[in-house]
Design a protein around this ligand. Structure first.
Ligand SMILES: Nc1ncnc2c1ncn2[C@@H]1O[C@H](COP(=O)(O)OP(=O)(O)O)[C@@H](O)[C@H]1O
Ligand SMILES: [Mg+2]
Length: 351
């Protein structure tokens, strides 16, 4: 169900609301401040675990998330805790802090509305520490896809298209296609809810211990039915943004399709930075000139055609996420039937 705009109105939600069934008492969560899982523009994400299960079962929707994640069977419910990262020394006024807090409340409200999906990073709850809210998220032990690919790239010889032995977190081409399919599946779900993610990138895809991909970071996400939400982030994902977003500030599911094409480039170049020799300021002219990312060595012509389709200057000519998911399914199937020809991994260890 698409929430009415009032249901997503941050100004109506208090960070101290006692009525919110998703709110968790901060004493029921242990945060391991020594284990930083990652950092973003506004946040630090720590590892933690839930101490008192009973409190968590009071909310039926949270209960269904915990059951769906299989966390209830775990001896200890590990979680990731996304904490607002604000340095009082750098804040000139409470207004600045207020902006950060309302951004976080938007993210929490959106995640609560979203409901469970196997390829979306699920919210377990939220809590306040001091004046700032923190998100309690399902824990993804393999971290984010960008770091994962970067680590893997050291073991891949692009010329011979071989991966050296001894790499523990091995994935082959079929896994890369499967991971792409899973993120696309999350985006089919998003677009069906008239939601635009606006920050689809490998850094915002998390991997579980079984290497299942989950799309996260809803900080820039918005409903298409609402007025455009002004982006207050210090950094915009310029190199992932569609030509019309850079030109006219327009966002739609088709601009997410463009970003998904860039994510495919990140995946099949094994973590290469897109347009690495082009400055952000020059990106719009570069795209207006008709230039696009080159075909990564490990990518087939078919897959590159799919990427190029995502970067069509006319958004109406870009494929939908349903179409992309169908094409990825076909590629996975073909890849299961033969060895797909252009990547050979040696001595595949068990994962
Ligand atoms: N649930 C999680 N499990 C493991 N690592 C996570 C999780 N959530 C976030 N991270 C790590 O923290 C980083 C920042 O999180 P993100 O939600 O993208 O924050 P920001 O909104 O500040 O960009 C991610 O790129 C990832 O490395
Ligand atoms: Mg992020």
């Amino acid at each position: 169900m698409i929430p009415r705009s009032s249901e997503l109105d941050v100004s109506r939600s208090s960070t101290n609301s006692m009525l919110d069934a998703w709110q968790v008492d901060k004493d029921s969560v242990a945060i391991d401040k020594h284990t930083v899982l990652g950092k973003g523009a506004f946040s630090i994400v720590y590892k933690g675990h839930l101490k008192h299960e009973s409190q968590l079962w009071t909310n039926a929707r949270r209960k269904s998330v915990i059951l769906a994640l299989g966390m209830a069977k775990a001896p200890r419910m590990d979680v990731a805790i996304k904490v607002i990262h604000y340095n009082p020394a750098q804040q000139t006024s409470d207004t600045n802090l207020g902006i950060n807090i309302s951004e976080y409340m938007r993210e929490i409200l959106l995640m609560k509305e979203l409901g469970y999906h196997p390829h979306v990073l699920n919210l377990i709850g939220w809590m306040t520490s001091g004046r700032a809210p923190s998100l309690i998220l399902e824990y993804c032990s393999k971290g984010d896809l960008r770091h994962y690919l970067k680590d893997m790239s050291e073991y891949v010889d692009m010329e011979t298209k071989q991966i050296s032995t001894g790499y523990e977190n091995f994935v082959g081409l079929k896994d890369l296609l499967r991971i792409s399919w899973e993120v696309c599946d999350a985006l089919v779900f998003f677009s069906s809810k008239k939601l635009v993610h606006r920050d689809v990138a490998a850094r915002n895809v998390m991997l579980t211990d079984k290497l299942v991909a989950k799309l996260g970071d809803f900080g820039l996400c918005q409903y298409l039915t609402k007025e455009p939400y002004p982006v207050k982030r210090p950094k915009l994902p310029i190199k992932w943004m569609a030509i019309e977003s850079l030109q006219k500030g327009e966002f739609s599911s088709k601009t997410d399709v463009w970003s998904f094409g860039v994510l495919l480039f990140e995946i099949f170049s094994i973590g290469e930075t897109p347009y690495k020799n082009i400055e952000n300021m020059k990106m719009l002219l570069h795209l207006i000139d008709g230039k696009r990312l080159e075909k990564p060595d490990l990518c087939s012509e078919q897959l590159y055609d799919l990427m190029r389709g995502c970067w069509n200057a006319d958004p109406t000519n870009r494929p939908s996420f349903e179409e992309i998911r169908g094409k990825l399914s076909n590629l996975i199937e073909e890849n299961s039937q033969d060895d797909y020809g252009y990547i050979q991994f040696l001595d595949i260890p068990e994962i």
